[in-house]
Design a protein around this ligand. Structure first.
Ligand code: HEM
Length: 310
């Protein structure tokens, strides 16, 4: 079961991502707080009726919205408006967003109903910034044909990676960074499979990792594999979903990374877009372009309920 604010959950079969702007924070406050208190009931109702549907929702806040809606609260340490990252060739843009929802379910109709109920609860105080409908593609592949999510941490390790650690007043909450990527499918499809495998760092058919000798320094899984000073791998929890509008020639990946420290995700992004050393940027970016980039604070389920009474 996913329930709410379950940041370490698997991506699921269907996901709906919604980003809203709040044009007038003061006017929005009462409705947003009601939803902080009411989101759990929306999900519980679905799970009660469709127990195996794995329905869940995550609600998040942009830096400005959190400060404006909850002025008595301290700023979560790493919550900021995402600053664009500009490499020599590729750009990770920063785009606005006040409220964020990540809805997942094994059933698309339940995703829809949760989204509809959320939208109604916020009627009159929001403007839609983005809505993306993601789906599971075969055995969890991105639309570029590679299995996505293999090296994700699981269970306890996932919770540790996705949640703010003890010692911080927001321990148990999380940061979500989202980026909507469009793939240049024609260019990618024209690339020989061996070259695609070098871009990702894994085999396409069986998902096996390339050996250190075979894997180029600019492979996606080389630049995103980062370690702390003691040599321990730093992980985030990714719940990426493919999305597409084939008739419009639109094929993409909605990247979402949950982490207890946004600085971990940020380092991965710097490695991808700028390169370490500079110039060793992620080869995947020659075929995939982000058109959004927004950071959100994801309160734990307990904190979300407290916020409804702030
Ligand atoms: C177009 C967007 C993206 C696509 C299609 C994509 C796809 C993939 C694929 C196929 C893998 C290999 C299998 C796996 O372990 O999951 C992977 C690994 C990974 N990706 Fe991405 N990814 C994207 C963006 C990002 C971004 C923006 C980040 C971080 C900010 C990221 C972080 C990672 C990490 C940490 C790994 C595991 C690396 C390791 O093996 O240690 N990815 N991704």
């Amino acid at each position: 079961m996913f329930a709410i604010q379950n940041v370490e959950a698997k991506p699921g079969n269907h996901a709906l991502f919604m980003v809203f702007a709040l044009p007038d924070y003061q006017k929005a406050t009462a409705q947003v707080k009601d939803l902080c208190g009411g989101l759990e009931a929306i999900i519980k109702s679905k799970l009660n009726r469709f127990g195996d549907s794995q329905t869940g929702a995550v609600m998040g806040f942009g830096a400005k919205a959190f400060a404006e809606l909850f002025p008595k609260r301290n700023k979560p340490k790493e919550l900021e408006e995402f600053k664009e990252i500009r490499g020599d060739k590729h750009l990770a843009p920063s785009t606005p967003g006040d409220l964020f929802f990540h809805i997942r379910s094994a059933r698309i109709d339940l995703c829809h109903q949760v989204a509809e109920q959320i939208t109604k609860a916020l009627a009159g105080v929001t403007q839609s910034v983005d809505e993306t409908h993601g789906f599971r593609y075969f055995d969890s592949r991105a639309l570029i044909g590679f299995v996505d999510g293999t090296e994700n941490p699981e269970a306890e390790e996932a919770a540790q990676a996705a949640k703010i650690p003890e010692g911080d007043e927001y321990c148990g909450s999380s940061y979500a960074f989202v980026q909507k990527y469009l793939h240049d499918s024609s260019a990618w499809d024209a690339l020989p499979v061996e070259e695609q495998e070098k871009a990702i760092g894994r085999r396409k058919f069986n998902d096996a990792e390339l050996s250190e000798k075979e894997k180029p320094a600019n492979a996606h899984n080389a630049v995103t594999n980062i370690k702390d000073d003691d040599g321990k791998e730093l992980k985030i929890v990714r719940a990426n979903m493919p999305f597409a509008n084939p008739s419009k020639g639109e094929f993409g990946t909605y990247f979402i990374g949950y982490s207890g420290l946004f600085s971990t995700t940020k380092r991965m992004l710097e490695n991808m877009f700028v390169g370490e050393p500079r110039g060793n940027y992620d080869r995947l970016l020659d075929f995939s372009r982000p058109i959004t980039g927004t950071l959100f604070f994801i309160p734990s389920a307990d904190l979300l309920s407290e916020l409804s009474e702030d």
